[in-house]
Ligand binder design. Structure first.
Ligand code: GDP
Ligand code: IMO
Ligand code: MG
Length: 426
């Protein structure tokens, strides 16, 4: 049985934590898009783990697959595996698709140079080479893991690519070119480390499903960062939405049983682009500090705001969400009232659906409802019925406004600080 977990907002919803919780019941956990732009924090028995490329299922001792839709930085992957091994994880559980694309040093460089070139239209990327790697994939000039495992072919591809890339770097960006032999030597050394993990991961996942095993797809980023469905151009270059799970793994849509969206009980965004419910004043500062809203990958302060249910409804629609996991409910404890955006206003008109025109979206003012808060510390609560009545009402209001039931509630970063309302694998 396959279940997909997607970010329902702008990323950092707590997908890593929820994946780790659900991984205990799964057999295989799969990343299907993005790369080391992701930062998934998982806290197990008081110890914090930060994962960028390896699926969070590794901490629960499950087969952890990096699917073909992921763009892989070999050095980063090997460093992460080494760190996980030190933390007691079994590296042989990590599987890497032979047709995943490889992030090359020039992708990192171009990511930075393109951002500088954008000036005040910059995207605020994580500078991990993601955009340029997906550009090469779409342009059919990418280098895949299977190429990396063939030294002669790899050297030839690197040399050819660098004739193009060095031209661009030197003539357009006035930057230094790369030496093909040095680059090939460095990457071929990485290749030896990667080789034992490489396989046809589509076969692995489909065989697991045919044997009745439980497969959990761990989304990175979120709906509003999807290159098609997000706030383009302020997006990443992959498909975090549910459809991406099929393309990014070689598993057909008929095999997916359920799609669950992970959403914070409020909103955060890191990087540039519009966010209608953003809070700028003291309340924003309060939520940022209480929620420790600083990026896992870049350390940047995250922008924070009230929950936006226009965005949640949109996520329910574009990913066909069966339900939601609401995380960081504990961060809202102690507020007298809590606002929730239910629609927007633009030039005097009510806007009920996410508008595709970014100019319009950027000018939308949220229409809020104000709900009563609760004062109790809820970090130790382990059942829905033990939550304060106002917290239960807040969750019921989200269900109503988003149009999807709550499957899970998170009341703290720890694995155990999780309330399961409905079983995701049932
Ligand atoms: P991801 O990218 O979606 O996996 O999310 P991140 O790991 O980047 O950011 C979520 C942050 O919130 C991490 O630091 C988590 O440890 C933390 N977190 C997750 N769930 C909860 C929760 O319910 N309460 C609190 N206080 N922190 C949480
Ligand atoms: P997780 O998986 C939050 C944002 C960047 C930038 C935009 C494009 O931890 O939720 P990129 O480097 O992908 O080209 O940057 O996307 N971004 C994320 N924001 N969480 C993430 O991942 C993100 N990955 C990328 O800040 O705005
Ligand atoms: Mg994150």
């Amino acid at each position: 049985m396959a279940v997909v977990l997607v970010g329902a907002q702008w990323g950092d919803e707590g997908k890593g934590k929820m994946t780790d919780f659900l991984a205990e019941k799964a057999d295989v956990v799969v990343r299907y898009q993005g790369g080391s732009n992701a930062g998934h924090t998982v806290v197990v028995a008081g110890k914090t783990h930060k994962l960028h490329l390896i699926p969070s299922g590794i901490l629960a001792g499950k087969i952890s697959v990096i699917g073909n839709g992921v763009v892989v930085d070999p050095g980063q992957m090997l460093r992460e595996i080494a760190g996980l091994e030190l933390a007691g994880c079994d590296p042989s559980l990590v599987k890497l698709s032979d047709i995943a694309h490889v992030i090359m040093p020039y992708h990192h460089r171009l990511d930075s140079l393109e951002e500088v070139g954008r000036g005040d239209r910059k995207i605020g990327t994580t500078q991990r080479g993601i955009g340029p790697a997906y550009m090469d994939k779409a342009a059919r000039s990418g280098i895949r893991v299977v190429d990396l495992l063939n030294p002669a072919l790899f050297r030839e591809k690197v040399a050819y690519q660098l004739t193009q890339v060095n031209h661009l770097l030197e003539r357009v960006y006035d930057s230094e070119g790369f030496d093909p032999d040095q680059m090939a030597d460095e990457y071929l050394e990485h290749a030896e480390g990667l080789a034992p993990h490489v396989c046809d991961t589509s076969v692995l996942i489909n065989d697991a499903l045919d044997e009745g095993k439980k497969v959990l797809f761990e989304g990175a980023q979120g709906t509003m960062l999807d290159v098609d469905h997000g706030t383009y151009p302020y997006v990443t270059s992959s498909h975090p939405t549910a459809g991406g799970a099929c393309i990014g793994t070689g598993v057909g849509p008929t095999k997916i049983r359920k799609v669950i969206g992970v959403a914070k009980a409020y909103t955060s965004r890191v990087g540039d682009g519009p966010m209608p419910s953003e809070l700028h004043g003291d309340m924003g500062e309060l939520l940022r500090e209480r929620g420790a809203e600083y990026g896992t990958t870049t350390g940047r302060p995250r922008r924070v705001g009230w929950l936006d249910t226009v965005i949640l409804r949109y996520s329910v629609r574009v990913s066909g969400l069966a339900g939601l996991c609401i995380t960081k409910l504990d961060t809202l404890s102690g507020l007298e009232t809590i606002k929730v955006a239910t629609a927007y206003r633009h030039e005097g008109e009510r806007v009920a659906e996410y508008p595709h025109d970014l100019g319009v979206f950027g000018e939308c003012e949220p229409e809020y409802v104000e709900l009563p808060g609760w004062s109790e510390d809820i970090t130790g609560v382990r059942s829905h019925s033990d939550l304060p009545a106002a917290a239960q009402d807040y969750l019921a209001a989200i269900e109503e406004m988003a149009g999807a039931p709550v499957y899970m509630i998170s009341v703290g970063p720890g694995r155990e600080q999780t309330i399961e309302v409905q079983g995701v694998f049932e």
